[in-house]
Write a protein that binds this ligand. Structure first.
Ligand code: NAP
Length: 308
């Protein structure tokens, strides 16, 4: 039996009936579910302690690409493998989003939107070329590589930063903490696509933002705790940074009245940069459940030693 705590249960049942007929799919709060019968759990931010109540759980399927929302539960059953949700759609959607965001930043879209609202004709906002804009991507994993390829195809000068070197990457590769200052110094636009780990938390602090070139833009699609939001606001207000596109926040939904909603240099989106369709997520989950049953390797397994 699979239990789910995200989305509409009947939609999941329909989606799994297509790709894994015979799998029983039940709701997280269904009082009729025998905890001992639950083998698989497909979850987003499970209530702390709940996963530990399924004694025969064999596989945890994250409904998102990150797993930080599961690891926040101090009682999560660490002996049970966690699979990240990475579908073919995930990278494509993220590449679409970051391309939109990067083009929005070089063409001053936040200021143009504010100008339209105020009926203000800002003919001086002619923007700059993608081909003269250097983009740095923090994280060259499943998503970062797709984003890098797409941005390079649009004409941006792209480099990426990761834990391990990427000698085969089509874009310039920086690796390890010592290489971060050089990556920041050459990033007219910085894209954050890191996972949330002990090492990456708070990485976008005042010092990192100050290391970006004058007028640089920031696209945060990683996690909110990578970024010092107060330092970002200060850097935007001082004119050091030219704009930001933010998809992830400490509190989601971002509370009404939060200053970021109205900041003239910021585009806010509601954590939608890359949410694959329910069918795509069900297909990936079904493939991993089948692989697990047949003793084959699982795709996109969380690695507790690396922390992502
Ligand atoms: P991934 O395949 O695990 O890639 C992570 C990348 O980060 C890898 O290149 C890794 O380096 C690098 N990295 C990790 N720790 C590092 C460190 N300490 N220093 C330098 N580089 C480090 O993850 P993914 O599938 O691309 O997803 C990345 C993140 O995107 C997710 O964790 C999630 O937070 C976020 N996300 C957001 C949305 C959204 O809608 N906003 C949607 C999906 C995902 P190596 O290559 O050397 O391992």
């Amino acid at each position: 039996m699979l239990i789910v705590n995200v989305g509409v249960l009947s939609d999941w049942q329909t989606a799994f009936a297509d790709c894994l007929p015979g799998l029983r799919v039940c709701g997280w709060d269904d009082p009729g579910v025998d905890p001992g019968a639950v083998r698989y759990a497909l979850v987003w931010a499970p209530t702390p302690g709940r996963l530990a109540r399924f004694p025969n759980l064999e596989l945890i399927l994250s409904s998102a690409s990150g797993v930080d929302h599961i690891l926040k539960d101090p009682a999560w059953p660490a002996h049970v493998p966690i699979v990240r949700m990475v579908t073919p759609e995930t990278g494509e959607r993220m590449a679409d989003y970051v391309t939109l965001a990067a083009l929005a930043l070089i063409r001053d879209l936040p200021q143009l939107i504010a100008g339209q609202r105020a009926a203000c004709w800002q003919g001086h906002l002619t923007g700059r070329l993608a081909s003269e804009t250097r983009v740095g991507i923090l994280g060259l994993g499943q998503l970062g590589i797709r984003v890098a390829d797409r941005l390079a195809g649009v004409g941006f000068k792209v480099a990426g930063w990761s834990r391990s070197p990427k000698p085969g990457a089509a874009v310039e590769s920086f690796a390890g903490p010592d290489a971060l200052p050089a990556l920041l110094a050459r990033s007219d636009i910085l894209v954050n696509l890191l996972p949330r780990t002990m090492q990456t938390r708070g990485i976008l602090d005042a010092g990192a933002l100050a290391a970006l070139p004058q007028g640089a833009g920031l696209i945060n699609v990683g996690r909110s705790d990578h970024l010092d939001a107060a330092a970002l606001t200060a850097a935007l207000d001082s004119g050091h940074l030219g704009g930001a596109v933010l998809d992830v926040f400490d509190a989601e939904p971002l509370p009404a009245g939060h200053p970021l909603w109205a900041h003239p240099k910021v585009l806010v989106t509601p954590h939608i940069a890359s949410t694959p369709s329910q069918q795509a997520r069900a297909r990936q989950a079904a493939q991993n459940i089948l692989a697990h049953r047949e003793g084959r390797a699982l795709a996109h397994l969380y690695d507790a030693v690396r922390g992502y």
